[in-house]
Write a protein that binds this ligand. Sequence first.
Ligand code: GRF
Length: 202
Amino acid sequence: MGKLRLGVLASGRGSNLQSIMDAAAAGKIKAEVAAVISDNKDAFALERARKAGIPALHVNPKNFGSKDEYERAIIKLLKDHDVQLVCLAGYMRIVGKVILDAFPNRVINIHPALLPSFPGLHGQHQAWEYGVKYSGCTVHFVDEGMDTGPIIIQAVVPVFDDDTADTLAARILEQEHIIYPEAIGLLAEGRVKLNGRKVLVK
Ligand code: GRF
């Protein structure tokens, strides 16, 4: 079986992208990053991809008349690079029906909180402000809702009294860098089965 070809969509610093590229380069997962696409031309994620010799592509949403057209351009690039699994890694846009229909159950995301708590932006900050004793991160399939798709893996971290939102976010990020490649590895090995909302790992 060949390597699963990943298309990573990222808008920012790309530390999760880096953890995926590193796991792939080290042979820890049967996957390879085929292309990195960003809506932000200055995203450090693009720089990381270039450094790794991976196609780094910028698609400016402003060049399109509608979100559907923009997403069709993304799909074209994903297909041109034979992408089989789309990984959102700090992609600051809601993925629409156009992409989801083109990659059914083939779009995943990492969220910095224990879903279904604290969806949306700044999950780490929301959890810290709320005063939870544990938080963490979630890798999930993407559906049309906001961070609502079936959960593949979660990791839990404690929240300490002297934490700030930033120290908590850093503790969560360490776990993100572990479970995102791990989830991709499971998918690459065909060990993930979807049963309604439930994800079964063989
Ligand atoms: C991460 O916290 C991720 O959970 C969230 O956006 C952030 C992206 O960070 N979806 P990076 O660009 O991967 O460093």
